[in-house]
Design a protein around this ligand. Structure first.
Ligand code: NCD
Ligand code: ZN
Length: 352
């Protein structure tokens, strides 16, 4: 037998993954990009930052119907809806939405923190009754953890949010289950690790790959611009360590956030990386590189359901390592082309 011709195939079988932070948009964009998530993911926590935002249970139910209608016939995908927290949110509407399965979480956007967050929260005292009701019923609060104070440097906004907002909020309402969404810093990782209970964090695919140099060196790369913005390399390394550590408080939320190319490649480009198409190949690459493929299933398929109190998926997917994976550079949608996140290196893990 000739050794040179031996092909080193590796396969990995996982429970079907879920995406605990996803932007599906609406209308033609929804139709165009939904198959990219539904292909590999069984469920997703769907972000409510539409224009206007998804605030009430009735709006979430209507949005869920539009998503289900846009699904390809062959897809097996369940959208898990969230409600956008405003200062006018009615605690009873929220608790009823949770009880009857219409909403699985509430999303807190500090007003002005990110794309379509103008209706978010300015005065935290005004949402206290909602948060107290959520703590009582065990409904998670998904937090966009960045302060909006213009005097705080954009690269410091997550770390400052932990001290100024998140820690006081968690002290004020100790029973509240909180997900720090898309953490990007070693401070975020350390804060989650320091918590006794009731705190988890999602980590995106792209923050495991890029640091701030990728956005800014050699010209501005708009498709690497997202919020929270990617930070220094040491933070990326802390995220990789956390994601691959096996610690159940860290789980996948891709924050795949499509914007049409014209809106990204602009003098005032929108924030968001679109990773739905190649996320699993990228994650397998990262866990492989870290020598921790055995922990991939925890991150993509087990820790998230455990935090949300849902069973993991029964179906399995198989990943196979081989020749470079071919994936489209752009997804064509009725709302314009959407560039797929380019990790900057070839991917070898195929999803079967
Ligand atoms: C998201 C979007 O485009 O809706 N953008 C992003 O950069 N992540 C909003 C968000 O999650 O902050
Ligand atoms: Zn997001």
């Amino acid at each position: 037998m000739c050794n040179a011709s031996v092909i080193m195939t590796q396969t990995l079988t996982l429970r079907r993954p879920d995406d605990w932070h996803l932007h599906l948009r609406d209308g033609a964009m929804l139709e165009g990009i939904l198959p990219e998530s539904a292909r590999h993911f069984a469920r997703a926590i769907v972000m409510p930052n539409l224009v206007p935002p998804v605030v009430t249970a009735a709006q979430a139910a209507a949005y869920r119907d539009r998503i289900l209608k846009a699904l390809p016939a062959s897809a097996d995908f369940t959208p898990l809806m969230t409600l956008y927290l405003t200062e006018e949110t009615d605690p009873e509407d929220v608790t009823a939405a949770f009880a009857n399965g219409i909403a699985h979480a509430v999303k807190l956007y500090p007003a002005g923190a990110t794309t379509n967050s103008a209706s978010g929260v300015r005065d935290f005292d005004r949402v206290r009754p909602v948060l107290e009701a959520m703590a009582e019923i065990g409904m998670p609060l998904c937090v966009h953890g960045e302060v909006t104070d213009p005097s705080v440097d954009i690269f410091d906004r997550e770390a400052v949010f932990i001290d100024r907002v998140l820690e006081p909020l968690r002290r004020a309402i100790p029973g509240l289950k909180v997900v720090m969404e898309h953490i990007t810093t070693q401070e975020g990782v350390a804060y989650v690790r320091s918590a006794e209970a009731g705190l988890g964090a999602t980590i995106t695919t792209h923050h495991l790959i890029i640091n701030r140099n990728h956005i800014l060196v050699g010209g501005i790369h708009p498709h690497y611009y997202c919020l929270p913005v990617a930070k220094r390399e040491l933070h990326r390394l802390a995220l990789r360590e956390a994601a691959t550590s096996g610690d159940a408080r860290f789980f996948l939320g891709t924050d795949s956030a499509p914007h049409a190319d014209a809106a990204k490649e602009s003098a005032c480009g929108c924030a968001g990386c679109f990773t739905a198409t190649n996320t699993l190949s990228i994650l397998a690459h990262v866990f492989d590189e870290m020598g921790r493929l055995d922990r991939l299933e925890g991150f993509t398929s087990l820790h998230g359901p455990a935090f949300y109190g849902l069973p993991p998926n029964d179906a399995r997917i198989t990943l196979r390592k081989g020749d470079p994976v071919a994936y489209p550079a752009k997804i064509e949608t009725g709302a314009g082309p959407v560039t797929v996140f380019d990790p900057g290196f070839p991917l070898h893990w195929h999803i079967e």
